[in-house]
Design a protein around this ligand. Sequence first.
Ligand SMILES: NC(=O)c1ccc[n+]([C@@H]2O[C@H](COP(=O)([O-])OP(=O)(O)OC[C@H]3O[C@@H](n4cnc5c(N)ncnc54)[C@H](OP(=O)(O)O)[C@@H]3O)[C@@H](O)[C@H]2O)c1
Length: 309
Amino acid sequence: MARDADTGEGQRMKGAEGSTALVTGASYGIGADIARALAARGHHLVLVARSAEPLDRLAATLEAAHGIRARPLPADLTTTAGLERAAAAARDADILVNNAGAGLGMSFERTTWAEERRMLDLNVVAPSRLLHAALPGMLRRGHGRILNVSSVAATGPVWQGTSYGASKAYGVALTESLAYSRRIRTSPVALTALVLGHTTSEFHERAGIPPSPPSLTLASPYVAELAVRAIHRRRPPVVCVPSLRYKLVAGLLRHLPHRLLALPHLADDFTVTSYGADRPCSGQPASVGGDGEDGILPAEAHGQGQCQS
Ligand SMILES: NC(=O)c1ccc[n+]([C@@H]2O[C@H](COP(=O)([O-])OP(=O)(O)OC[C@H]3O[C@@H](n4cnc5c(N)ncnc54)[C@H](OP(=O)(O)O)[C@@H]3O)[C@@H](O)[C@H]2O)c1
């Protein structure tokens, strides 16, 4: 079914019944756009998120538009039952997109442990579990693609005082650890970490934090198309950073001394900004925040970028 003519793998992932992609966080935002881009290439879909209605709507739209099968799978990935339902579906997936994720818009000492635990369950445990479920089948069948959605906050302490960046760094580290292993390197299975800067989604609005500045914001459909194109390459990049601007940001963050981030205006510091300032340490439930990379670097315009390993 996959009809990506520019790659051999696109053809190899076909199969008589068509290949199936499982996308988490597909009810809206970047995950929904990734699902659209995969459907446009003819992949069948399993769409995972908590909200059943938007999943049903998206599944019906994509089935009608692309003649694929799309199965909504409502599940809360922070619960054992929800995660295991998704893991059962991931076993048969040819493509796994670990996209669902969230942050806490508040400094570490002000969040409750329940909030931290939920974020770690969603950003760390769930993608690991789904990857663990999907990988053996992919290796056995001789094809497979895994896309782990991460953030530039994974490349340095840009959202200072919170654990969000650390949780996203885990996804990049796991991707690299597996992708460079002999077992995976010598197999037709490939893993890619998608390292995103500010991207249009419902993240900021739902979190009740100000939207990111337009000049620093990438369009979600653009990011999704780039990522889906990247995983259809014969040799997908291990790390994919959409846009030249964020490639530069991620490169600088990875290689420059992190003490430079202590300079004023270079990074958001949730221990000194107003986020959560009215809340006592380890107090009441926090609002869920988005990426807080505003102002890492000045940016002139939306960059066009390709993903390189
Ligand atoms: N937007 C940005 O600027 C940005 C930047 C860097 C990285 N990222 C990363 O990109 C990914 C997607 O974020 P987004 O911007 O598209 O955010 P979003 O608009 O808030 O979408 C998040 C998605 O995850 C789902 N989700 C949340 N909690 C869940 C749970 N417990 N179980 C199952 N699904 C859950 C949501 O659906 P339900 O609410 O229906 O469950 C939704 O589909 C995340 O991993 C995020 O860390 C985003």
